[in-house]
Design a protein. Structure first.
Length: 205
């Protein structure tokens, strides 16, 4: 009680930090600035972000590439560091398996402003879009994915090691794409919305 009174008197705030600070900037990585581009002006926008995954001991980091309109996770990578390599791998897999989007949106983390990352998108002639600083809602599709996967999978388990985390999260993402309906998709799953959007429209006789 005496410590609490002293804390209130001095204005200091003590807290127990269970999770690491969510910081994807700024490592000393050569970077280039990009402004936010309106996604509605493009036919096929993709989004990407990174989040931390707590385990029994330590943390790992998850990167996902998401189709903006259908919420489908197109690729993902798990990493023990915040180096840019695992982000590039996720992007390259998404492009190889699903084709080139018109625009790619991320936040302004050091991974996404790094020259090695932006060169991948520029080399494929993909427009680069970045959120405004502190404007998490610019990438709200991925933010909602993080909330869903953390409350439905990650916070329910304490992964013992990286392979266990990778397997469990991979299994959940398959469920998320194929079986989990979304109210924003009129009750469809991301797979249904994604592949229905790709289906050609029948031509009237």
């Amino acid at each position: 009680r005496a410590r609490i009174r002293q804390t209130l008197k001095t204005g200091l705030k003590f807290f127990h930090r269970r999770f690491p600070p969510v910081r994807s900037t700024p490592f000393k990585t050569p970077s280039v600035p990009f402004s936010l581009i309106l996604k509605s002006s493009y036919a096929i926008p993709l989004a990407m972000d990174i989040t931390y995954i707590p385990m029994k001991r330590g943390f790992v980091y998850l990167a996902c590439v998401v189709d903006w309109f259908t919420r489908r996770v197109l690729s993902s990578r798990l990493s023990i560091t915040l180096e840019v390599d695992f982000c590039i791998e996720a992007v390259e897999e998404a492009l190889a398996r699903h084709g080139k989007p018109d625009i790619f949106n991320t936040d302004q983390g050091s991974q996404f402003t790094s020259i090695s990352y932006t060169q991948v998108l520029k080399g494929a002639e993909i427009a680069i879009s970045m959120d405004g600083r502190g404007a998490w809602w610019d990438n709200v599709v991925v933010e909602r994915l993080w909330r869903t996967i953390k409350y439905e999978e990650i916070y329910l388990h304490a992964y013992s090691n990286v392979p266990e985390a990778r397997a469990a999260i991979g299994k959940y993402l398959i469920f998320y794409n194929a079986k989990r309906p979304h109210s924003s998709l009129d009750g469809q799953t991301p797979d249904q919305a994604y592949f229905n959007a790709l289906s050609p429209i029948p031509v009237a006789a």
